[in-house]
Design a protein around this ligand. Structure first.
Ligand SMILES: [Zn+2]
Length: 167
C-alpha cells in the first residue's frame, strides 16, 4: 500500500539535445545578408502584399511564391514590453540572462511585423512606454555569425520623453 502524502520529490536531470536543421534557400539568403551586410531581409507577397519575416518561399495566406525581397527598416515603435524579474534562459545562446531585463515587441516602421527582443534600458517605468521609438542594434561587422544572436538588443532612440512627463 502506498502511503498518502503531499510531498512531491523532484529528481534533477540534465537533458542535452544538440539539434540542427537545414535553413533552406530563403532563410539561408536572409541569414547570409544578416551576417555579411547587417541587413534584416523579409519577403513580400505579390498577391496580398504581406511581409513575412522570417522569409518563406510561399505566402502562408495566399499560397503563392514570394519573390520580392524587402529590407526591413531598423527602427520602429514598442507595441508592448514586459519587465522580467526572474532568471531567463536565452533560447539563442542557452545562457542565463540575469534579471531584471526588459523584453520588448517592436513593430518595424511601415509594417505589421514585430520583433520580440531584449530592450537595452534600465527597468524604470518612467523611462518605458508603449510607442517608444527603438532601433535594432546588431553585432559589429566581422562578429556576426548568421543567426539571431547577431541581433544584440533593441535600443531606445535618444531624445525621447515619455508622453505626459514634465520636462
Ligand atoms: Zn499573400
Amino acid at each position: 500500500m502506498i502511503k498518502k502524502t503531499d510531498e512531491n520529490i523532484s529528481l534533477p536531470m540534465v537533458v542535452d539535445v544538440p539539434y540542427e536543421f537545414a535553413a533552406g534557400r530563403y532563410l539561408t539568403h536572409a541569414l547570409t545578408e544578416l551576417r555579411d551586410e547587417g541587413k534584416l531581409l523579409a519577403v513580400k507577397c505579390p498577391q496580398c502584399q504581406r511581409i513575412q519575416l522570417p522569409p518563406r518561399i510561399v505566402c502562408a495566406e495566399c499560397h503563392v511564391v514570394n519573390e520580392e525581397w524587402v529590407e526591413m527598416p531598423m527602427e520602429g515603435a514598442l507595441k508592448a514590453f514586459t519587465i522580467n524579474y526572474l532568471p531567463m534562459t536565452d533560447p539563442t545562446t542557452g545562457k542565463v540572462k540575469e534579471p531584471p531585463c526588459i523584453l520588448g515587441d517592436m513593430r518595424f516602421d511601415g509594417t505589421n511585423i514585430g520583433l520580440d527582443f531584449p530592450v537595452n534600458i534600465e527597468p524604470d517605468m518612467n523611462k518605458l512606454w508603449v510607442g517608444m521609438r527603438c532601433r535594432v542594434v546588431m553585432k559589429p561587422d566581422g562578429q556576426r555569425t548568421g543567426d539571431l544572436s547577431d541581433i544584440m538588443y533593441l535600443e531606445p532612440l535618444p531624445g525621447q520623453t515619455k508622453p505626459g512627463t514634465k520636462t
